[in-house]
Design a protein around this ligand. Structure first.
Ligand code: GDP
Length: 426
C-alpha cells in the first residue's frame, strides 16, 4: 500500500467494527499525505497506542498522530462539535499540534443536543443497542432534508428561525415518543453560536481539497468507521449503524469519484467480536468467550461495554470481500490467540439442513444459522515479537493461510500487538 505517489486507499472494517482500523490507519498514515474520515460520528472510537501513550479518537482521524499528515472530516461524517473540540483540546494538552492540518467539510451534518435526546427516547422503543450519541437521528434528519450542516450554521441569515423551525418538530416527536424532556431553543442558540466561531476557521470544501491533493500526486487514505456488518444497506439490518460503512460509502462521504480509488484494505480480527444487539453466529461458549474478551481487552472504546466474542467467521469476511471489493486484508490481534491449543474457524453455516455459504439478508435467518467449524491447531507461543511472516510459528502461518483461502483476499498485514512496530507487512 502507498508504494507509489497519487494513490488513494480505503481502510474499512470487515466484521462488526473494533477490528483495529485505528492502528492500521496509524501505521499507514506514516506514508500518507492526507487521511480522511468518511462516515459515522462520535459513536466510533479508535484506540491508538503511540509509544507508551494511548489516544482514543472518536471524531478526528487517527492520522492526526503523525506530524506529516493532514486530516479531514468528510461530508459523510456527522460531526458532534462538542466531542470534536474536547478531542482537539486533549490533543493540544498532549503536545500534538494540529494547526493547518485539520479540516472539516462544510457539507458535514451537525449532531446537536436535540439529536441525543431523540436517540435516547427512540432507544426505549426499538432496542438497537446504539451508543445514544445522536448519530442515528442526525442521519435521519439528513435524509429527511431537515438537518443542519456546518455550512448552514455558518451561513444562516437567521439562526434563531432555523433552529426554532427544527426544534418545534423535535419537541413534537419527543412528545410522541413519551419522553419527559424537551429541547430548549435558547440553549441550542447559545450552543450553536459558541461552536460556530471555533468551526469557522477549520471549515472548507473538503471534496475539492482531496481532489486537488490527488491531482498533485499526494497519497490519500480514506478511513472508515465501524464495519461491513454494520452497514445500513449490507449489514445485519436493523442492528446496524445509520451510514454506509462499506467502501462505496467512502467516495460519497468524501466527495470524489470511484475511479480515484486504487485499493481497499479490509481490517479483520483473527477472531470475531460484536458490540450492541443482533446475531453473532460464531459466538464462543461462555468460558472461551470470557477468555477471548479478557485476552483481547474487548471492551468498547466509546462506551466501555463488554463485546461479545467468538471465532473467525469466514462467511462474514467473504461477504465483506465481495461488498467492499477488498484488494487486501489486515489481520489484527493474532497474539490474542497465542495461548489456545485449538482454534475453531467458522467456514460456512447450516441453515434448515442445507449448507449456506452466503450471508443471509435478514436477521431472522441469520439468528437460525448453525456455524460449520473447522478446528485448527493453535501455536501456543508468543507472537508479539514477530516482525516478518517467517518469525511466526508454522501453526500460526497455517492459520493465516487458511483465513486467506476461506476469505478470498490476500493478507497484506498481520498485527501482533497494540504498538505501532508490532506489525508484519506481507
Ligand atoms: P477500531 O475502531 O477498529 O480502530 O478498533 P478499536 O480501537 O475499538 O479496538 C481495537 C483495539 O485493539 C485497540 O485497543 C487496539 O489498541 C487494539 N489492537 C489493535 N491491534 C492489535 C493487535 O494486533 N493485538 C492486540 N493485542 N491489540 C490490538
Amino acid at each position: 500500500m502507498f508504494d507509489r505517489k497519487n494513490t488513494c486507499v480505503i481502510v474499512v472494517g470487515a466484521q462488526w467494527g473494533d477490528e483495529g482500523k485505528g492502528k492500521l490507519v496509524d501505521v499507514l498514515a506514516e506514508r500518507a499525505d492526507l487521511v480522511v474520515r468518511y462516515q459515522g460520528g462520535a459513536n466510533a472510537g479508535h484506540t491508538v497506542v503511540v509509544g507508551d501513550r494511548q489516544f482514543v479518537l472518536h471524531q478526528i482521524p487517527s492520522g492526526i498522530l503523525h506530524g506529516g499528515a493532514a486530516c479531514v472530516v468528510g461530508n459523510g461524517v456527522v460531526l458532534d462539535p462538542e466531542t470534536f473540540f474536547a478531542e482537539l483540546d486533549e490533543l493540544g494538552t498532549q503536545g500534538i499540534d494540529v494547526t493547518g492540518r485539520l479540516w472539516i467539510s462544510d457539507r458535514a451534518h451537525l449532531v446537536l443536543p436535540w439529536h441525543k435526546l431523540l436517540d435516547q427516547a427512540s432507544e426505549k422503543h426499538q432496542q438497537i443497542g446504539t451508543t445514544g450519541r445522536g448519530i442515528g437521528p442526525t442521519y435521519e434528519d439528513k435524509i429527511g432534508r431537515r438537518g443542519v450542516r456546518v455550512a448552514d450554521l455558518l451561513g444562516a441569515p437567521d439562526l434563531r428561525a432555523l433552529l426554532e423551525d427544527r426544534i418545534t418538530r423535535v419537541n413534537a416527536v419527543l412528545g410522541m415518543l413519551g419522553a419527559s424532556v424537551r429541547a430548549d431553543l435558547e440553549e441550542h442558540i447559545a450552543f450553536a453560536t459558541r461552536l460556530a466561531e471555533r468551526l469557522r476557521p477549520l471549515t472548507t470544501d473538503t471534496g475539492l481539497l482531496v481532489y486537488r491533493a490527488l491531482r498533485d500526486g499526494r497519497r490519500v487514505l480514506l478511513e472508515g468507521a465501524q464495519g461491513a456488518m454494520l452497514d445500513v444497506d449490507h449489514g445485519t439490518y436493523p442492528f446496524v449503524t445509520s451510514s454506509n460503512t462499506t467502501a462505496g460509502g467512502a467516495t460519497v462521504g468524501v466527495g470524489i469519484g470511484p475511479t480515484e480509488i486504487d485499493g481497499v484494505l479490509g481490517v479483520v480480527k483473527a477472531y470475531t467480536t460484536r458490540v450492541g444487539n443482533g446475531p453473532l453466529p460464531t459466538c464462543a461458549t461462555p468460558d472461551l468467550e470470557e477468555r477471548l474478551r479478557t485476552l483481547g481487552g474487548e471492551f468498547g472504546a466509546t462506551t466501555g461495554r463488554a463485546r461479545r466474542c467468538g471465532w473467525f467467521d469466514a462467511t462474514v469476511v467473504r461477504y465483506a470481500v465481495r461488498v467492499n471489493g477488498l484488494t487486501g486484508l489486515a489481520v489484527t490481534k493474532l497474539d490474542v490467540l497465542d495461548t489456545f491449543a485449538e482454534i475453531p474457524v467458522g467456514i460456512s453455516y447450516r441453515l434448515d439442513d442445507a449448507v449456506c455459504e452466503e450471508m443471509p439478508s435478514d436477521v431472522t435467518r441469520l439468528e437460525r444459522v448453525e456455524p460449520v467449524y473447522e478446528v485448527l491447531p493453535g501455536w501456543q507461543q508468543d507472537t508479539s515479537g514477530a516482525r516478518k511472516l517467517a518469525d511466526l510459528p508454522p501453526a500460526a502461518r497455517a492459520y493465516l493461510d487458511r483465513l486467506q483461502d476461506l476469505s478470498g483476499a490476500p493478507i497484506r498485514y498481520v498485527s501482533v500487538g497494540t504498538r505501532r512496530d508490532q506489525i508484519i507487512e506481507c
